[in-house]
Design a protein around this ligand. Structure first.
Ligand code: GLC
Length: 429
C-alpha cells in the first residue's frame, strides 16, 4: 500500500517531466514555475539526485543579468496557458515572466546538501554565486530604500495569487483605458468556483500591462506601479533562505560571504516588525499603496516560526492562532483563517490547504518544539493525499482534492515527508 503510493508519487512527477524540467501539472500549468520546481527537486532528490539538480540548474539558467530568477520559464510555446511568453515583455524577446516568486531555492539546496554527500556539495558550490545574485536582486529591487522588508509588485509574486491579503491593493488597481483584451485558459481546465474571479484576473492583467509599458523597470514598479504590498510569506521565506544560505557558505567555507549574509539576516529580522499587526496579534500583509494592514491571518502568517522571526510573545500568539485555526478544520493548515469573512473552502488561496505551505509550517512548529501541532500538520498532509489524491490543493473541511490533478509539488512533498518520517527502507526495495 505504502509502496504503491510512493510509486504513484514518482509516476506523477515522471509524467510531468518535460526533459530536464518538471511542469506543475498538464494543461493548467504547462511551463516551469520557480518555487514549484524547487520543491519538486526536493521530492526528486529522494530517489534521483542527478535529475533533481538538473531541475534546479534549468531554472537557475533562466536567471536575468540583474540577478532575478523569474516566476515562470517558458521553454516552449503552449496554447493552454495564459499569459504565455508573448504577453510579458515588449522590449525583449523574453522567454520568461518578469517578476519572481517566493525564494525557497537556497533552503531547498541546503536541504539537498544536508541529506547528500560530496556530489551534492559540489553541485551547490556551482550554484552558490547565482543564489547570492538572486538575493541581492531581492534587496535592490524589492527593498530599494533598505528598510529590511521586501514588497511585491504583483500578487503572483507572492505565490498566493488571489489570497485576501491582496484585496485592498487590488481594489485600487485601475483598469487602463487601452486595456488589452485577453482570454483566460485556466477556467477551461478547472472549475470556475475553484479559481480566481474574472475581476481579479482583470486586475492581474492590468498590472502586467503596466509592467510591460515600463519594461518592468524595478524602480518604476516599486515607486509608481499599480500594486505594492508587504507579504509575510515572501519575507519569512526570504529570511529563512538567507539563514540557509549562511549555513551553505559555512559548509563551503566561503568566509568572505559570511559577514554580508549575516548583515542581511539581521536587517530582515528587524524589518519584519513593520508587518506585525497588533490589532489581530499576527504578522499579516500590509498594502503599501493605501498604507493599511490587511487583517487576514493566513498560512503565511505562520511562517514566522519557519524563519525563526519575531519576539517570543509574537511567536506565542502565532502558535495560539495555529491551534485555534486547526480546531476549526478537519484538515490543516487552511490558507485563510476560517473565521475570516473572506474564507471559501474551495477557492484557491482563500481557504484550501496547500502541502508546500504545510511543509514549511511544520518545520517551524518543530523548531519551536511544538511537536503535537507539527504532528497534526504532518498527519493531515499525508491523510489529504489519501483522501484527495495528488491534487494541487485541498478543501480543509472535507479533504476533497481541488484544482489541477497529478500535481508535481504535492507528490514531491509527500515523498519528502515519507522518506523522513516513515519507512525509509521502502525506497530501497
Ligand atoms: C499558481 C499558484 C502558484 C504556483 C503556480 C503553479 O499560480 O498560486 O503559487 O506556483 O500556480 O503551480
Amino acid at each position: 500500500m505504502l509502496k504503491e503510493k510512493l510509486q504513484k508519487a514518482i509516476e506523477v512527477i515522471n509524467r510531468n517531466d518535460r526533459g530536464g524540467f518538471t511542469i506543475p501539472t498538464n494543461k493548467l500549468y504547462p511551463h516551469q514555475w520557480n518555487w514549484d520546481s524547487a520543491f519538486t527537486a526536493l521530492g526528486i532528490s529522494t530517489y534521483n539526485k542527478t535529475r533533481a539538480w538538473q531541475e534546479l540548474i534549468l531554472l537557475i539558467n533562466a536567471q536575468w543579468t540583474n540577478g532575478m530568477i523569474p516566476h515562470i520559464v517558458f521553454h516552449e510555446n503552449n496554447p493552454n496557458y495564459f499569459p504565455g511568453p508573448n504577453h510579458w515583455q515588449i522590449k525583449a524577446n523574453s522567454k520568461t515572466s518578469c517578476h519572481s516568486q517566493p525564494p525557497v531555492l537556497a533552503s531547498v539546496i541546503l536541504e539537498m546538501v544536508k541529506d547528500g554527500d560530496d556530489y551534492d556539495l559540489k553541485k551547490s558550490q556551482s550554484l552558490f554565486n547565482s543564489l547570492i545574485a538572486y538575493h541581492e536582486w531581492f534587496f535592490s529591487a524589492r527593498d530599494p530604500n533598505n528598510e529590511g522588508f521586501l514588497s511585491i509588485i504583483h500578487p503572483w509574486e507572492s505565490g498566493r495569487d488571489n489570497c485576501p491579503d491582496w484585496d485592498l491593493g487590488l481594489q485600487k488597481v485601475n483598469i487602463p483605458e487601452d486595456f488589452e483584451e485577453y482570454l483566460r485558459c485556466d477556467t477551461s481546465h478547472v472549475e470556475v468556483s475553484q479559481r480566481p474571479t474574472n475581476e481579479d484576473y482583470d486586475k492581474f492583467m492590468s498590472i502586467v500591462q503596466y509592467g510591460k509599458n515600463c519594461n518592468w523597470d524595478p524602480m518604476n514598479m516599486y515607486n509608481h506601479g499599480p500594486f505594492l504590498a508587504i507579504d509575510p510569506g515572501i519575507n519569512f521565506i526570504f529570511l529563512k533562505a538567507n539563514k540557509d544560505l549562511l549555513s551553505l557558505a559555512k559548509l563551503l567555507n566561503y568566509k568572505n560571504k559570511i559577514h554580508k549574509i549575516e548583515d542581511w539576516i539581521k536587517k530582515l529580522e528587524n524589518g519584519c516588525q513593520k508587518f506585525w499587526n497588533d490589532k489581530v496579534k499576527a504578522f499579516t500583509a500590509f498594502d503599501v499603496r493605501t498604507n493599511q494592514f490587511c487583517d487576514a491571518i493566513t498560512n503565511a502568517s505562520m511562517l514566522c516560526l519557519y524563519a525563526g522571526a519575531g519576539t517570543d510573545k509574537q511567536k506565542k500568539y502565532t502558535i495560539e492562532h495555529c491551534k485555534r485555526i486547526l480546531d476549526d478544520c478537519v484538515y490543516g493548515m487552511p490558507s485563510l483563517d476560517p473565521k475570516h469573512e473572506s474564507f471559501e473552502s474551495k477557492r484557491y488561496w482563500r481557504g484550501p490547504v496547500w502541502l508546500i505551505m504545510n511543509y514549511m509550517i511544520l518545520i517551524g512548529l518543530e523548531n519551536e518544539k511544538e511537536y503535537l501541532l507539527a504532528k497534526r500538520i504532518k498527519d493531515d498532509t499525508i491523510r489529504l493525499t489519501d483522501v484527495g489524491g495528488m491534487f494541487e490543493y485541498f478543501d480543509p473541511l472535507t479533504g476533497k482534492g481541488l484544482g489541477g490533478k497529478n500535481f508535481s509539488w504535492t507528490a514531491a512533498i509527500f515523498l519528502k515527508l515519507y522518506r523522513e518520517n516513515y519507512d525509509f527502507q521502502l525506497f530501497n526495495n
